[in-house]
Ligand binder design. Sequence first.
Ligand SMILES: Nc1ncnc2c1ncn2[C@@H]1O[C@H](COP(=O)(O)OP(=O)(O)OP(=O)(O)O)[C@@H](O)[C@H]1O
Ligand SMILES: [Mg+2]
Length: 229
Amino acid sequence: MIDHVSFAYKKQHPIINNMSIELFSEDFTAIVGANGTGKTTLGKLMTGILKPEKGSVIIDGLDSSKISLGAIGKKAGYLFQNPERQIFAPNVYEELSFPLEVKGMKKEEIERKVNESLTIFQLTHLSKVFPFTLSQGEKQRLALAAILINEPKFLILDEPTTGLDIERKNTLSTILGRLKEKGIGIVMISHDGAFIGKHATRIIELAGGEVIGDNKKCLGSKSKTDHCA
Ligand SMILES: Nc1ncnc2c1ncn2[C@@H]1O[C@H](COP(=O)(O)OP(=O)(O)OP(=O)(O)O)[C@@H](O)[C@H]1O
Ligand SMILES: [Mg+2]
């Protein structure tokens, strides 16, 4: 939950201005708005990568300013606009097994989970490959797999369809559909109207550091706010 949050990179230029949004895990929420309106900034606030200057971000009951990024990662996963930024292991298999080793999981259990994940994300044939040599779509599937191995309750995706061909978009659609069925809340920042149209149950539009449209709020609210037609 975004509770009266304000954020600026430079003092004179607030990017997020006293914004409040309550997210629900049953939704596929799309966040839309022009370039530079603060969508990525909001996504980073939602997952604790950035901390609010004013207000608070509450993730599954916990204040993002008071818990570690590791603890947040178990509740909300964030897929970067450029997935390369979150890949670091020497091969695909270890990218997925490492977080489980850190958790202290048993070797057999790790193998089972990683192999299952490799199958779901169509990466089994690439398990020994150096991640940086993967294609854009493969890197994205690996980054998503690595986030989901933590079993977060929420997934926040920043422009996940950019650079994907039709077939890869369809693969992503199938994966997200499955996650939705599992009850994982999805928040997707995107300019891809067709993809949003296919999946989103809620669309939040940002401009000038504020929410200027939110169909869920309009559907649910008794007293209509300005942007509810
Ligand atoms: N690290 C940073 N330091 C300073 N300014 C930044 C930083 N990151 C983003 N900004 C500025 O904050 C504003 C919002 O950026 P943000 O990346 O959140 O926009 P966006 O809505 O995601 O845009 P896009 O659709 O192009 O991805 C922009 O004016 C950007 O230049
Ligand atoms: Mg962005």
